[in-house]
Design a protein around this ligand. Structure first.
Ligand code: NAD
Length: 443
């Protein structure tokens, strides 16, 4: 794709969203002035180091080195660009509300100006735009424009999602800034939803809450399947062919994680509560997800009894494949529960080990799936990295001490696992006992 020279922009915050947005707009032809308060990150980016693992991102940044400018100095962006995309973090507070302190710092750092606009990419509660505009007015910066442009990219396919989005949502006050943002996105062949700021903010929260609901829904169906003997994979296949339902986000597993769903669902629940509305459905979505991570423990205990002294191998740690993001990963809860129950945990992840080491205590990290399973009483597949589909299950069975394989993502073939000598436990599908090999059976 690309490109004649296009409007230069600023991007404040160079994390997953900021860096992908910056590289994406550089691909569309803009000079992009990227600002972050993390000096080490900016230095690394200036030296060509990409701080996150995201397919295609390093190539895109490298290709547009001359259009991408990295600095800790906000004035670089203010001087060259009138649109300042904000992509700073909005993590949850202890109460489950969104922590807007990074956003507030950005707003406070803006000068009075009739020439600039903030374009909000960070996920914020509905009403944040109003309160930022009020702050601008109180500080004599009423000339500063504001646009809500929520981001829908998915880690693991973020570059593709930027360049081929399902939709672009732009909420604005009908001034030049909304038009300018629409013009920036115009080379992309995507439906554009032009709306008011509050509705744009709500589109983002409602979308993530709906996806999380779909996951918790199929997980509850999976739990009922376990009681009734149905297979949730078959059930989801049958359901997903109904085009009112669709097949996506109907994969039962050990719960959703990541930097977005848990915090955005909780933030929407709190937002509703703060406005006096009790959002009952979201309470259940959150609770089902928490319980789902813990169901692995009862499956382990069903087969192994007490877990004291047992060795458990975790395959995959990231919250999903193709990312090194460990935020709210199911592996965090699982490894803590396992160790609390007395088990020893060995773990392997193809790319998330460095991030995982910062968050997981007492875990023995190893460099391959083969090393993880050696001598293990049980193996739990936590993240469905493609390389685990290639595992030699017979070799796995031979190198383990026990035979239990818990497939937390319904990723492996139960029959192949059983034929290899493994006792297979998926999520919402019948257990399959290990089948002795022909040689063993003949003895
Ligand atoms: N990660 C995703 O998949 C995703 C998808 C859609 C939306 N979002 C939303 O986008 C926002 C950013 O998420 P992320 O995952 O990219 O976060 P991140 O933590 O990866 O990156 C945030 C960056 O902002 C920087 N920062 C913090 N305060 C700053 C300030 N005052 N000035 C300049 N830089 C500052 C941090 O140093 C960090 O580099 C969040 O609101 C998130 O909910 C994330």
């Amino acid at each position: 794709m690309s490109t004649h020279a296009r409007e230069p922009i600023g991007v404040i915050g160079t994390g997953y969203v900021g860096l992908v947005t910056a590289a994406g707009f550089a691909e569309l032809g803009s000079d992009v002035y990227c600002i972050d308060i993390d000096a080490a990150k900016i230095q690394g980016l200036n030296e060509g180091r990409i701080p996150i693992w995201e397919p295609g991102l390093a190539d895109l940044v490298e290709r547009h080195r001359d259009r991408l400018h990295f600095s800790t100095d906000l004035s670089d962006a203010l001087e060259h660009a009138r649109l300042l995309f904000v992509a700073v973090g909005t993590p949850p507070t202890y109460s489950g509300d969104a922590d807007l302190s990074a956003i507030e710092a950005v707003v406070a750092a803006m000068p009075a100006s009739d020439r600039h606009a903030l374009v909000m990419k960070s996920t914020v509660p509905c009403g944040t735009g109003d309160s930022i505009k009020r702050t601008f007015r109180e500080q004599g910066k009423e000339g500063f424009r504001y646009v809500s442009c929520p981001e829908f990219l998915k880690e693991g396919s973020a570059v593709k999602d930027f360049l081929q989005p399902d939709r672009v949502v732009i909420g604005d006050d009908g001034d030049w800034a909304g038009e300018a943002v629409a013009e920036l996105y115009s080379p992309l062949d995507a439906p554009v939803v032009r709306t008011d700021i509050k509705s744009a903010e709500m589109v983002k929260l409602a979308s993530n809450a709906f996806l999380a609901t779909k996951i918790s829904f199929i997980n509850e169906i999976a739990n009922v399947c376990e009681e009734t003997g149905a297979d949730v994979v078959e059930v989801a296949r049958g359901m997903g062919l109904d085009d009112r339902i669709g097949p996506k986000f109907l994969q039962a597993g050990i719960g959703y994680g990541g930097s977005c769903f848990p915090k955005d669902v909780s933030a929407l629940k709190q937002l509703a509560g703060n406005s006096g509305y009790h959002f009952q459905l979201l309470n259940a979505v959150i609770e089902v997800n928490e319980l789902q991570k813990r169901r692995v423990m009862s499956k382990l205990q069903k087969h192994l009894g007490s877990l004291v002294g047992k060795e458990v191998a975790l395959l995959g740690l990231a919250f999903k494949p193709n990312t090194d993001d460990m935020r709210e990963a199911s592996s965090l809860v699982l490894s803590a529960r396992l160790q609390a129950a007395g088990a020893k945990v060995r773990a392997y992840d193809p790319v998330a080990e460095a991030e995982a080491r910062k968050l997981l205590q007492g875990v023995d990290f190893v460099a391959s799936a083969e090393a993880a399973v050696e001598g293990a009483d049980a193996v739990v597949l936590v993240t469905e990295w493609p390389e685990f589909a290639e595992l030699d299950l017979r070799a796995v069975a031979e190198s383990m001490r026990g035979t239990l394989l818990i497939d937390g993502r319904n990723f492996l073939d139960p029959e192949a696992a059983a034929a290899a000598g493994l006792a297979y436990e998926g999520v919402g599908r019948p257990s399959v006992a290990a089948r002795p090999s022909i040689a063993e059976a003949a003895v």
